[in-house]
Design a protein around this ligand. Sequence first.
Ligand code: FES
Length: 167
Amino acid sequence: MSVEEISRKIDTKKLDEIIESCGSDKSHLIAILQKVQEEYKYLPEDALIYIGSKIVGLSPATVYGVATFYAQFSLDPKGKYEIKVCDGTACHVRGSMPVMNAIKKKLNLKDGKVTTDDGLFSMETVSCLGACGLAPVMMVNDKVYPQMTSDAVSIILDTLMKEEGVK
Ligand code: FES
């Protein structure tokens, strides 16, 4: 894909500003990716290609490789409601798997899909949310939900879907 084609799909002016503010040297790649993720809440593939074309000494493949290496970066779009399910040791032994499965089933997230088609919900697993005494723990955006069960997940998601007019 050419830079012109990418420019039609994403705001390359914003990307240029980010690259300029961090410095266009390849040693600043991580900082650039962090800022792009702050802006979009994930790293769009087009942005990675564009960054690779703008930084001397880097190829889009290298940028992509760096972005996929670090767990802090996400290449999947996030939903309006970002669901984090803890699967750390405390949460795992107290039943995080049934919670995760209930979310996937409710949101029809199959085959590695992490975001619903309507862009409302995304789900990811994390290794600890720092609230182990409340395991199993789930977060939706900034709100912590303690001692989750699959029934509780169903009620919470039903409530959010109703608020959003999802049937
Ligand atoms: S292991 Fe789940 S909050 Fe710490």
